[in-house]
Design a binder for this molecule. Structure first.
Ligand code: FAD
Length: 462
C-alpha cells in the first residue's frame, strides 16, 4: 500500500496539514495514522468511575485531535505565545497564519468572543503592577473553545476530512520510520499485534508531547539532526476565583514571565483556567502528570494555572526529557502513584500537608484524587526556589496569590521534545521527512501546532 502523504499523529498539527492540503486542491492520497481512537470514541472513564483507571493509551492525550480534544481549547492569538515557530518562519508570517487558522476554527463553530482585549485601561494597570514586581506581561487575545465545545468542533473537522477522502487508521501505532540512504520512504506500524510497513511519498510526523520521547529515540537511531530541547518543570497552582477575579475578568489568561533570583531561569504562568478543574493525565509507564482545564458551562469556585520553570541543559547532558520524567516518577512515588498536593504556607514552613488540613481551607482541591504530601521532597531545589520566588512576585500583581492556603500540585511537566533541525520548508536532514507540532520542539499549543500544519500544507502545494 502506498500513499502520497502519510501523517503520523492526528493532533492539531497533523489534521490542519490534511485540512489545508484539501482546501488547496491537493490531489494526492493522504493517510493519517493515529495511536488513539476516533473522536466520537474517545471517552475518559473517570467521568463515570470518579477516578483515573489508567487507560492505555490515555483517552485524554490520544485520538483524533490529539491532546486538543479534551483540552481547554484556549487558542492563543498572538505569535509571542505557543512556541518558537516565529524564530523559524518570521513573526509577521506566523501572525498571518494565526489569523488564517482562527478563521478556520470559526468556520467550524468556535465562539466569536475573544478574551483579553476589552479593558485596555485595566490591562495597563495590571502591567504597571507587573513591572513593579519585576515581571513581564504579554498581551495575548484568547479564543476559548471550552473542553466540551472543542470536542464538537474537532468532530466536525474529522467528518470534513473523511468526506474529502482523507483516510484515517485509528488505534494504529507508528513504531518506526523507514529510512533508506537518507530518504524516508514510509512507516512501520502496529495494530494490536499485526505489524506492517506502509510506503509513503512523504512522511509528516506530528506525535505531540506523548510521542516526544519516541521521536527523540527515532532521531538518534536514524541520525535525524536535532538539538536537545527545553523542558519545563513546575506546579499547577489553585486558588479561589475571588483572588484571581480581576485578572480573570480583564485578561482571562495572564501571561506573566519572570527571571527570579538566584538562578534567573525563565519562570512563567501558563494555561490559566478560571472556574476550572485540575486534571490528571497519564503517560507511558504510568507516569501521572497534573494539568488543568475549564468547561464553557460547568464552573468550579477555583482558578488553576501552571507555573513553569524552563530548564536548559548544556554539555555533556542530552536527556532533558528523561530528567523531567525522573522528577515526575519521584513525585509519583511519594504520592503512591497519585498527584501530590501541598499548601504554599506548608512549603514555606518546611512541613508536609496532611489530608485533613486541606478541608480547613477556603480553597478545596478540584482534583479529589490528589494526595496531600510534600512536593519539595521530589522537586529539584533550583526549580522549587524559582517557583517560590515567582509566586511571591506574583502576589504583588495578584494580592493573595501567595497566601498560605494556595495549593500547589505536582508534577506538572512539559516535554517540548528535542528540537528537530529543519529549514523553512520544514524538511529535516532526512529527505521527504517533515516534523510538526509539539513533538518537533517548535510549538507548544493548539494554535501554533495548527499553524505549523497549515504552513506544511502550503509548502507541499506551492
Ligand atoms: C489537558 C490539556 C489541556 C491543554 N490545554 C491547552 C489549551 O487550552 N490551549 C493550548 O493552546 N494548548 C493546550 N494544551 C496543549 C495542546 O493540546 C497541544 O499543544 C497540542 O495539542 C499539540 O498539538 P500536536 O498536533 O503537536 O500534538 P498532539 O495534540 O499531542 O497530537 C499528537 C497525536 O499523535 C498521536 N501519537 C503519538 N505517538 C504516536 C505514534 N507513535 N503513532 C501514532 N500516533 C501517535 C497521539 O495519540 C496524538 O493524538 C493542552 C494539553 C492538555 C493535555
Amino acid at each position: 500500500m502506498k500513499y502520497d502523504t502519510i501523517i503520523v499523529g492526528a493532533g492539531p498539527a497533523g489534521i490542519f496539514t490534511a485540512l489545508e492540503l484539501k482546501k488547496r486542491g491537493y490531489e494526492g492520497s493522504i493517510l493519517i495514522i493515529e495511536e488513539g481512537a476516533a473522536i466520537e470514541q474517545r471517552k475518559c472513564p473517570k467521568a463515570k468511575t470518579g477516578h483515573c483507571v489508567a487507560c492505555d493509551p490515555c483517552h485524554i492525550t490520544t485520538g483524533f485531535s490529539g491532546a486538543g480534544a479534551f483540552s481547554d481549547g484556549k487558542l492563543s492569538l498572538n505569535y509571542e505565545v505557543g512556541g518558537d515557530l516565529p524564530d523559524l518562519l518570521g513573526a509577521e508570517y506566523v501572525q498571518s497564519l494565526i489569523d488564517y487558522a482562527d478563521e478556520i476554527y470559526l468556520s467550524f463553530g468556535a465562539d466569536h468572543r475573544v478574551e483579553g482585549v476589552s479593558n485596555p485601561e485595566e490591562i495597563k494597570e495590571i502591567r504597571k503592577r507587573a513591572i513593579m514586581a519585576g515581571l513581564k506581561l504579554v498581551d495575548c487575545p484568547i479564543r476559548h473553545l471550552g473542553t466540551e465545545k472543542a470536542q464538537e468542533l474537532y468532530y466536525a473537522i474529522e467528518q470534513d476530512l473523511l468526506a474529502r477522502g482523507v483516510e484515517m487508521r485509528f488505534k494504529t501505532e507508528c513504531t518506526d520510520l523507514v529510512i533508506k540512504n537518507g530518504v524516508c520512504t514510509g512507516v512501520k506500524v502496529r495494530k494490536k499485534d499485526v505489524e506492517e510497513i506502509i510506503e509513503g511519498g512523504r512522511v509528516i510526523v506530528g506525535v505531540g508531547r506523548r510521542g516526544a520521547d519516541w521521536l527523540a529515540r527515532v532521531c538518534i537511531v536514524h541520525g535525524i539532526a536535532h538539538t536537545a530541547g527545553t523542558v519545563d518543570i513546575g506546579v499547577r497552582v489553585e486558588v479561589r476565583n475571588e483572588i484571581m477575579e480581576t485578572i480573570n475578568d480583564v485578561l482571562y489568561e495572564s501571561k506573566l514571565i519572570g527571571y527570579p533570583n538566584p538562578f534567573k531561569d525563565k519562570v512563567r504562568t501558563f494555561c490559566q483556567n478560571p472556574g476550572g478543574f485540575v486534571a490528571q493525565e497519564n503517560y507511558e509507564n504510568d507516569l501521572a502528570l497534573v494539568n488543568g482545564h475549564s468547561y464553557k458551562e460547568k464552573k468550579s469556585d477555583n482558578t488553576n494555572l501552571a507555573i513553569l520553570v524552563s530548564q536548559n541543559f548544556t554539555e555533556p547532558f542530552h536527556q532533558p526529557i528523561t530528567y523531567a520524567k525522573k522528577v515526575g516518577e519521584l513525585t509519583n512515588m511519594l504520592g503512591a502513584g497519585s498527584i501530590l498536593v501541598q499548601r504554599f504556607g506548608d512549603i514555606l514552613d518546611g512541613k508536609r500537608t496532611w489530608q485533613k488540613e486541606l478541608s480547613r481551607s477556603n480553597v478545596r482541591p478540584t482534583l479529589p484524587d490528589a494526595v496531600a504530601g510534600d512536593i519539595t521532597a521530589a522537586m529539584p531545589y533550583r526549580a522549587m526556589t524559582g517557583i517560590i520566588n515567582f509566586i511571591k512576585s506574583l502576589d504583588e500583581v495578584v494580592p493573595g496569590f501567595a497566601s498560605k492556603e494556595t495549593l500547589l500540585y505536582s508534577p506538572e511537566l512539559k516535554f517540548y521534545s528535542n528540537k528537530v533541525k529543519m529549514d523553512t520548508d520544514l524538511t529535516t536532514s532526512v529527505q521527504n521527512l517533515h516534523c510538526l507540532g509539539d513533538s518537533s520542539g517548535w510549538t507548544r499549543g493548539l494554535m501554533m501546532a495548527s499553524v505549523m500544519g497549515i504552513h506544511m500544507a502550503r509548502v507541499l502545494t506551492k
